[in-house]
Write a new protein. Sequence first.
Length: 587
Amino acid sequence: MKFSNMLIPTLKEAPKDAVLPSHIYLVRGGFIYQVASGIYDFLPLGKRVLDKVRAIVKEELDTAGCQEVQLGLVTPAELWKKSGRYEKYGAELLRFEDRKGNEFVLGPTHEEMMVEMVKQFVGSYKQLPMNLYQINLKFRDEARPRFGLMRGREFIMKDGYSFHADQEDMVREFELMEATYRKIFTRMGLDFRVVEADSGAIGGEGSKEFMVLADSGEDTIVVCEGCDYGANIEAAVRKAPEAPAEAPEAELNRFRTPGIKSIEELSKFFSVDPYYLVKAVAKKALYDGGKSEIVIFYLRGSDELQEVKAANAVGANELEDASEEELRAAGLTPGFMGPIELIRNAGVIEGAPTFREEAAHPNVRQVFDENLKNADHMICGANEEDYHLVGCDLSVLKDVTFKDIAQTQEGDACARCGGRLHYTKGIEVGHIFQLGTRYSEPLEATFLDANGKRKPFEMGTYGIGVSRLLAAIIEQHHDEKGCVWPAPVAPFEAVVVIGNVKDQQQKEAGEKIYDALKEAGVDVLLDDRSERFGFKMKDFELIGFPCAVVVGKKLADGVVEVIERSTLEREDVAIERAVDAVKAKLA
RNA sequence: CGGGGUGUGGCGCAGCCUGGUUAGCGUGCUACCUUGGGGUGGUAGAGGCCGCGGGUUCAAAUCCCGCCACUCCGACCA
């Protein structure tokens, strides 16, 4: 392929709103072009990279026994209604009607479609297991697309679905997919971490994310310095923090704390470590069918609420901040909320001075962080303006829910090895789920087992953000000059740059080397443009081919230069050795 | 969804506050010349309904109203 014939619109200037290196270089290098918010066209170079990424994904999946199919992007709304996601998926699901008024959606993911297909043709345990996937466009009407290919509305995703006769087999496949994904991302030259993820209300037992480590990542992940534990912050667990030595000893009592509302103020007021304060976070939990309720989550003052964990703890779809009015309507006193009625019910506060009956709030759901189990010497809100309770012993509480709802903090100890945990940022490029029968049941996708019994499929689902991978790769592989593509995903493995195309000898030598490289199986591009030397070198660096062969001035001595993009080191080699030198660089 | 910003030749921007020449600059594009190891220099060109609609005015890129698009921060993101 000749550069002069290709559509490679490299740009000198960065698009005005691009912030991330991947966004800037993919646009400047002529890989992609924005059509609308979150929607990109792939230009020839971008398409080539995309195809290479796809090919790697396909090769590894096929090796693992998966089968590629292709489902329609437009899917009947009916299926989505059946699975209950038509309403639930929300505004991200792009809905529309055809000319007859039939409802459709643009598929944001294809569980329903795939289940429907399998249901149609798979009826016996003898056909199981089966793992089907596609690499196809998806559409999610994101509220806020950004960062180029990182978070688009239209994007390419590999989505796979496996079907099994029992859970053990599904788990086996899950592990096979984890191993396969590791191979895929390793081949692309990515530095990634496999982390525990929130499987939330959707997933079954297990869910893991594949995170490419990059500061620009949108996810915070918690990793252990001592072992290979890693988790998305939404799912990260820790060893219970140690108690600070000076516990505030006190008799259970009601204490006037005028205007002291925040944990910080309270800590100062009593000169007590926040560890011994009870933080009450009230949220409005939203459920299916538009139902909602106020829930109070209690944590140690030294902890923060992890909202995903909290939502899971009450089975809510979502948590919203509750307004002050809503709290008061529920009988709560913002700034002074506490588990007071529980203490009263436990019979401890009897006889305490001027207990106000109306401060109790028996109708609000409450969840305690597991770190408050048996907590003693605590200070908490009295649910009464300007009052707190001191000397609270939470171990007397009966029938209350304890859950892990606290956010793991940097510096906490690893639950597995006790090592120090720290935060890092990651780009989610893969996610694997153990789904169980969550879709097969409502969609009535069943098979006959060995005993002739009808059972729903046990399912797993596995995704890879294919177009996002392009961005992730560049986030990890770039320098101040541009992209530095790892050879397996580079648009071309090498470029032959003719220093001056008007120099007949350079031109002929360049073409010869180009032919020889092609002959040798190298994916090579010939930069035969009538541009100046510097211009072509800048393009080489910006686009980021792994390797360049410069046919220029030294040709007179029978020498060409071979430049490695990653190091920008150049090496003079005799013309005859050019092919070998390139192959050595690519190896 | 909440709050801000911006829309001017392909790209990046100035002009707007304070209404009034032919809407300007850089880059890119075309032709010719020049140069040929790090975005060479020159000459001559083409390319704009100043986002859309309405209003104010003798006169609107500029002021006012509405809409749309893009974008940034946040919320959200199985």
